[in-house]
Design a protein around this ligand. Structure first.
Ligand SMILES: [Zn+2]
Length: 381
């Protein structure tokens, strides 16, 4: 029975993988993913049904177009085989409905995001926020993969962690230089929110959750001010991020809650980062990737906000400790492969999305095991 389901899942996965190839190719070009039917990018000939059979058609045609003999990238059958294998593995690990359908959706979204990031170094908002809202909707209606409050909190924390990694990383990399101002929603607001959340959240038991959301409120007020005045009001990154980092230490010294301070910092920063990205998405709903403008300020950002939303997406699906496992695996793999790539003369501008996707999937299935194993290794568990 289980193996029947796994075989069916493999077949379904291969066809979904074939559709993902279309999504990966068309979404960043601003094209419709459902129309028209696939054609050869070289000669433009519409593919026949036989040429659309996943994996096998590529093998049967020897990796070439039947019309013009142009080589077809082996990546197409590889994406199909990868999707099919992961769908089958998921069916063996979690053979129950409707959970399995949600896991398949998670796999499909992460594969599309990872390959689009490899191609374009961007993560489309539609897929990123699709994952956030699908996860929150499932949590709300089914209590799966996480209970709703946990999903929401871990989603905000994931986005907050990544936004602050980008914030502090950027500050260090650019030697304390302020990042370029952008209105009405720029990274400065996220850093202001982090500061407010860190100083509000330290009052742990005395309504710390509410005071911790103070940062989010501050950031939103700043955005409203920007919108009303048509200017960009911002405090220097060094000031907001510096004061944010001081808060947990101050909490420790004052006998208040350092963990509450960190929690408020992450929740407020994550909340503002996601609201800001929703704002920009509403302003620019297309996923079409425009040619990048040269940064004029000479400021180098260490991470894009697509990664911030993707970390929020993973938080919603994984819950809190597993989210940390996923980020840890992603940073570890990214650092290792980045070093290897640099050793062999590759570029050091590697997209981070694929690592997040792999770390997220591994942590989704094995997060508890890995965490237990690691704690036992430390002698804590
Ligand atoms: Zn052709």
């Amino acid at each position: 029975m289980e193996w029947t389901l796994a075989v069916l899942a493999f077949l379904l996965g291969s066809f979904i993988g074939s559709f993902l190839n279309v999504v990966i190719y068309r979404l960043p070009r601003g094209l419709s993913v459902v129309w028209p039917r696939s054609s050869c990018p070289q000669c433009g000939r519409t593919l026949s049904p036989a040429e659309l059979v996943p994996i096998l058609s590529w093998v049967a045609q020897g990796g070439r177009c039947r019309g013009c003999q142009a080589p077809i990238s082996p990546r197409y059958p590889l994406v199909e085989a990868l999707t099919a294998s992961l769908f089958a593995a998921a069916a063996l690990l979690r053979p129950s409905f409707p959970e399995l359908i949600l896991i398949w959706a998670l796999i499909a979204l992460l594969i599309a995001l990872a390959f689009i990031d490899i191609d374009t170094k961007t993560l489309p908002n539609s897929l990123n926020f699709g994952g956030v809202f699908l996860g929150l909707g499932a949590a709300y209606s089914l209590g799966y993969p996480r209970a709703f409050p946990e999903a929401l909190e871990a989603g905000l924390m994931g986005a907050g962690l990544m936004a602050l990694l980008a914030g502090y990383g950027g500050l260090l990399y650019n030697r304390l230089k302020d990042s370029p101002r952008e209105g009405p929603f720029g990274v400065h607001l996220v850093h202001l929110a982090a500061m407010g959340g860190a100083w509000g959240g330290m009052w742990g038991n005395v309504g710390g959750t509410w005071l911790g959301s103070l940062g989010l409120l501050l950031g939103l007020l700043n955005a409203a001010l920007n919108l009303r005045s048509g200017r960009v009001w911002a405090l220097h990154d060094g000031l907001t991020l510096g004061l944010a980092a001081l808060a947990p230490l101050a909490a420790l010294g004052l006998g208040l809650s350092p963990l509450g301070s960190l929690r408020g910092m992450l929740l407020s920063a994550g909340g503002l980062a996601l609201v800001g990205m929703l704002y920009w998405w509403a302003r620019q709903p297309s996923d079409k990737v425009e040619p990048e403008e040269e940064p004029q300020s000479g400021y180098v950002s260490v991470m894009g906000y697509g990664d911030v939303v993707l970390a929020g997406f993973l938080g919603v699906w994984l819950g809190f400790p597993n989210l940390l496992v996923a980020l840890f695996l992603a940073v570890l793999a990214g650092a290792l492969l980045g070093l290897i790539a640099r050793r062999f003369g590759g570029s050091n501008q590697m997209p981070f999305g694929p690592y997040l996707a792999v770390g997220g999937l591994v942590a989704f299935f094995y997060g508890e095991d890995l965490l237990g194993w690691y704690l036992a290794y430390l002698g804590v568990g």
